[in-house]
Design a binder for this molecule. Sequence first.
Ligand code: SF4
Length: 498
Amino acid sequence: MVDKNKMPIVLVGNYSSKYEIESICKLFFNTARFRFSSDVNDAQGESYILASTAVESEILLTAEIRLDGDTPERQIKTMSVKTKKDDIELELCRLVYHILCRKTGIRPPWGLMTGIRPVKKVKDLVCRGLDRESVGNYFRDKYEVSEEKFSIAYRTALNQIPILENLDGNSVSLYISIPFCPSRCSYCSFVSHSVTMKSAVKLIPEYVSALCRELEITGELVSENGLKVETVYFGGGTPVAISAEQIKILMECVEKIFDLTNLKEYDFEAGRPDAFTEEKLRVVKNFGVTRISVNPQTLNNEVLKTIGRHHTAEDTLKAFELARKVGFKNINMDLIAGLPNDTAESFGSTLEKILTLSPESITVHTLTLKRSSELFQTGSTGNPASEMVGYSIGRLIDSGYEPYYMYCQKNTVENLENIGYAKKGCESLYNIFIMDEIQTIIGAGCGASTKMVFPDGMIRRFHNHKYPYEYITRFDELMQRKEEISECLKKINSMRLK
Ligand code: SF4
């Protein structure tokens, strides 16, 4: 068995990009941490990956891989010195990719497409006038994406295009982070604090007031720059993990500070059913929230226990009923494929039960194993995630749900994707904006980031402090960054007006 944590990746030459080659290797060894070297002498021993380029009259690309003492395989390719850097890097990745496919027997469904947003790419090509066949050829020939994955990316892109036709270039969205949860899930890599810890509960009031202060400053930036707020999204964490009174304080703050007359969507990712109460939902409803999420992840009680969730499938059904009773007409439910101890049958049964509830949207995530999660530390992996995801695609489309946003993440089990499906007219604009980087999103709260989208497509990101304590105690320092955000907003405005 290859000890990937010690396996050297030896990169030699100017076109051997560490980031790109590592991304390719992670497709095959997804929780690995490699040792990088530029010394060709490290390409020996039982296991190693060598990717090198040398420039002579042509550019010579070489990949050589040995795993667990097997016979090393070497692939060589030459390219013209006039070839663009990106193309050379991609070809070197392809050599590594092909050897790893053969040696591991793994065929990543998204091929060499790492670090690229597939739906964004499809839209880009469609907007340049390419038809379905040509876009498909591009995905297959350049990135070796499977036909199944291309089809879903294409369908998602076509569903998005009309939704985005009326996008107002003068609008932004607002993200508000509530980094608290009823308990910590074993797969969680987010900064969320469990409210079972007294120290976390003590922080909440101070956190709420710091967040209100940040919202005030953000509100000034928005009005100074004449921007309209198009969507507001309360996310987490589990926003219902805080009290009804604390939710009310924050929502009053949003209402007072921002002009919401142009608001198209107000999202509240309520989250885990174990923190739902009628009082909290009524507060949220009274402030005009249009869409909430009830997130079961699975309706298998054994799996829920395994992942550290302190609620049952029955709690989810009750939370959903409660949300309907309070009057929510647009409810999303999140599921995760590949959870430990789950099976294809149990995942299918969860999906069937969710379909009987008929939520307006269903998001199917695939489990990711990030370094900061407990599950990563124990080394547990998911079950047949690709079978689950494949089933969900067909079943949801047959049931009248259309894919409308999608994203791929690193360290996802079997290199699968996350897809949001919705009934027509119930799509979340915010999800499209954030995943496809279409609109500036201003983040407030700890762990939140602000993503500034310039008219020429450039993106600039600003990250808030990660942890609540840090966010509260270093608040003033954080607010200095608002100056930079303000400068960016002015620049975006001036570029737009030209
Ligand atoms: S509900 Fe989400 S944010 Fe909270 S602990 Fe679980 S995975 Fe993390």
